[in-house]
Design a protein around this ligand. Structure first.
Ligand code: NAD
Length: 504
């Protein structure tokens, strides 16, 4: 599979083979309409592959295949389902470099990051839920004497999963691993922009022996394939990750059969640095919080809030670090920041730079595409630091790019007011040496996740998700297993006299 053998230049890598069709019922097939979608390399705008486009009719075919596969898959011993996921985790680790290059080529993630984050995290997610499959237990509930009441957890059936383009490898694992461990069958729609790693994972699933029809991959556009998943009467649950606006559309479309929903939506993470923070750690952590994956992360620390006593010293170091970040071809192992994932999105981020200027924000660094002619054909934007005010659009709206809005605060009360002053509630971080303050903020922040003296930690055991307009439901951990199962309460009369309700 690995095209590196042909050349020693890592940036010349090309996948030796690519899956470019739909994966339905274990077969690689064309879409019903025969259409294709060009998948673009964001580094230079070239076409990597033309993949088959899934339409609503293909989603129907995929749902049918999943329905057919469900009885056997859900009846399989949980340990055996788990064993297949464990094998998959091993396969992913064996192919770490190749998968990382594929992800870098399609998304623009630096290859370096794929090797320390995306691929290892994907593997551990399948491993965690492989191990979970036979450990997710029901319970016995103490009810009145003479009755045994037990709670069983049952898979919901066919689940639809819709994912965005920013972390395709990781996000598909967060969705597919718990769903499969719990015994569900899947119809998954990767983003039309970044389908390649999902198709490769489907191929690996087949290689390790996951039965045909259990997982079906339908890359297609949101308004066709995505919309059909959201409304499909035979899909029992939809797990959606994407923008808040699309999330609303999914909620409306799901009403027909009252689907169970799980929504991971946008964010505008507050990253708060207090006056007593350890500055070197806070600078490094805050840089990772926003610059990782070019800021295209729902949990990005995109609002950097600095206590006025340390703001100047912090900014000097933070801006210095930012300006030293190496932009370049994501396949180059030395690259620290790649291109944004699409041209459309790059323009959106540049438009926000214009908004910042119009609002009177001070662009401290960045704000434009890089000058380097080698990057001119790609979707690059220089990491951008803007001083702004809490009510500004750039402090309220999700830019989803290498763009951080910096604000200062006087005291804890003002910090909390600014931090909680958006509609979103996904992830927030804080840097302080004061334990009392740390816990006070952990409780008071309007967020599904809080990081203290760190930012953006994720682990398959720790629930991931938001509150408010960042959505509801949780990925990862036992919470994810609950999301992918229905509780069933079973009453057994072991030694009770049934009272004569209607004595005659
Ligand atoms: P998006 O909402 O445009 O698309 C997400 C997915 O939904 C894509 O697969 C798309 O094809 C599909 N889609 C589009 N219209 C649809 C419709 N009408 N019905 C069903 N599906 C439809 O988002 P995006 O631009 O791909 O991703 C960026 C957004 O995702 C950001 O807002 C970001 O915050 C959010 N996001 C959230 C999380 C989280 O866990 N909370 C994680 C990553 C990204």
């Amino acid at each position: 599979m690995d095209g590196m053998s042909a050349s020693n230049d890592p940036t010349a890598w090309k996948p030796a083979s690519l899956r470019s069709k739909l994966f339905i019922d274990g077969q690689w097939v064309d879409g019903a309409d025969g259409g294709t979608i060009d998948v673009i390399n964001p580094h230079d705008g070239s076409v990597i592959a033309a993949i088959a486009e899934a339409t609503a009719a293909d989603v129907d075919r995929a749902v049918e295949a999943a329905r057919k596969a469900f009885p056997a898959w859900s009846a399989m011993a949980a340990m055996d389902r788990g064993r297949l996921l464990l094998k998959l985790a091993d396969r992913i680790e064996e192919e770490q470099a190749e998968l990382g290059r594929l992800e870098a080529l399609n998304t623009g993630h630096p290859f370096r990051d794929t090797q320390i984050l995306d691929v290892p995290r994907t593997a551990v997610t399948y491993r965690y839920f492989g191990g979970m499959a036979d450990k997710f237990e029901g319970s016995v509930i103490p009810v009145e004497a003479g009755f045994l009441n037990y709670l069983a957890r049952e898979p919901v059936g066919v689940v639809g999963q819709i994912v965005p383009w920013n972390f395709p490898l990781m996000f598909t694992s967060w969705k597919m691993a718990p769903a499969l461990a719990a015994g569900n069958c899947i119809v998954i729609k990767p983003s039309e922009i970044t389908p390649l790693s999902t198709l490769r994972i489907a191929e690996m699933m087949q290689e390790v022996g996951i039965p045909d029809g259990v997982v079906n991959v339908v890359p297609g556009y949101g308004h066709t394939a995505g919309a059909r998943i959201a409304e499909h009467p035979e899909i029992a649950k939809v797990a959606f990750t994407g923008s808040t606006a699309t999330g609303r559309t999914v909620v409306k479309a799901s009403a027909g059969n009252l689907k169970k929903l799980q929504l991971e939506l946008g964010g505008k993470g507050a990253n708060i640095v207090f006056g007593d923070a350890l500055i070197p750690a806070a600078v490094g952590g805050s840089a990772f919080a926003i610059w990782h994956n070019q800021g295209q992360a729902c949990i990005a620390g995109s609002r950097l809030m600095l206590h006025e006593s340390i703001a100047d010293a912090f900014m000097e170091k933070f801006v210095g670090l930012t300006e030293s970040i190496r932009l370049g071809n994501p396949l180059d192992p030395a690259t620290e920041m790649g291109p944004l994932t699409s041209k459309v999105h790059r323009q959106r981020v540049l438009d926000y730079c214009a908004v910042a200027r119009e609002e009177g924000g001070e662009i401290v660094t960045g704000g434009t595409a890089p000058d380097d002619p080698a990057l001119a054909a790609g979707c690059y934007v220089r990491p951008t630091v803007v001083r702004a005010k809490p009510g500004d659009r750039v402090c309220q709206e999700e830019v989803f790019g290498p763009f951080v809005s910096v604000m200062t605060f006087r005291d804890d009360a003002e910090a909390l007011e600014i931090a909680n002053g958006t509609d979103y509630g996904l992830g927030s971080g804080l840097w302080t040496a004061d334990l009392k303050r740390a816990h006070k903020f952990a409780g008071a922040l309007h967020a599904g996740m809080v990081w203290i003296n760190s930012y953006k930690r994720v682990n398959p055991g720790s629930p991931f998700g938001g509150v408010g307009r960042s959505g509801y439901g949780r990925e990862m951990g036992f919470e994810a297993m609950r999301e992918y199962t229905h509780p069933k309460s079973v009453w057994v009369n072991v030694d009770a006299q049934i009272p004569p309700y209607y004595p005659r």
